[in-house]
Design a protein around this ligand. Sequence first.
Ligand code: FNR
Length: 344
Amino acid sequence: MINQHSHRKDEHVSLAEYFNRANHHDYFDQLRFVHQSLPETDYQQINPSTKLGPLTLKWPFYIEAMTGGSRQTGQLNAQLAKIAKATDLAMAVGSESVALQDPKLIKTFSIVRKVNPKGIIFANLGASHSYQDAQKVIDIIDADALEIHLNVPQELIMPEGHRSFHWLKNIKSVVSNVKKPVIIKEVGFGMSKETLKQLQSIGVKYANVSGHGGTNFAKIENYRRPEKDLSYLEKWGLTTPESLFEARPFEPEMKIIASGGIKNPLDIAKALALGASAVGVAGVILHSLLRRGPDKTIQMIKDWQRGLKIIMTMLGYKDIAQLQQQRLLLSPSLISYLHQRHLT
Ligand code: FNR
């Protein structure tokens, strides 16, 4: 099973883990909730489920796209699926393009559906693929939705990456031909209102802004370069809170998903309060799985679920729709960002 693509998948996992600590930024500390002493709520009555078009997610956060495509990452996918099943979380697989090139690798993705037959699972593919390919990767895991990732900086820093980026027409074709919800997602560089406008103009209804602040593919791909000469690009991108503000004018017609640097239930609550309909978590869950194993990761996620309900109870909001209306206090640097980007 060792080919160039499988090797890259293994490297992404080990480098994401290697840089895990260095990747921690606290951009969500630029936001605060206002404490309320009389919330008039009941922990037992909190409803944490969220709607994503036709899909109802029992929890508003899910395991974001990471992996598959090698023996080792197939095993990780099986473990992630077990975790998703035990905690009622939705889950995305990593890019399935390697399975289109080498059918032997299909099982490193389809294992996820085998382990979790009734779960909500998202397929994943790059933006240069045809809608026929998109349908194939949906079928491989009987997916409930499809994620199409945008990763221009990653490709350009990757020595073997793409160099030409005319994706809009292609995305339009995928969005108009695929019957399942199609989520256009970044991979940790964030999304601007200009990008979201382009996506809106071709009929995109779901966007995951996946911002800077967590897993850093500029860093990971630069490390894989023999010259390691592009380190000055490691801070490239909009943070997840900045991206969520960029996305606000597009809601509710466009459903916005947050990811990038989510490290606890308070970050999840803040992302929801900035209008997100759901929140993806990748690096922190991978780190827990690799360091502490599936059972402790299940425990961590259950703690997060309890934590999120505690936060909602304190704020006085009994469902996600109410939390999405919450106003947050912003740091001076975020206020300056909003002024410069005409987002106030
Ligand atoms: C990723 N991510 C990713 N995204 C995607 O759309 N397709 C992919 O194949 C991958 N592969 C991948 C591998 C590994 C090891 C990691 C950690 C991440 C990106 C991921 O879905 C997410 O957008 C970013 O990681 C930001 O979220 P975190 O990690 O900061 O929570």
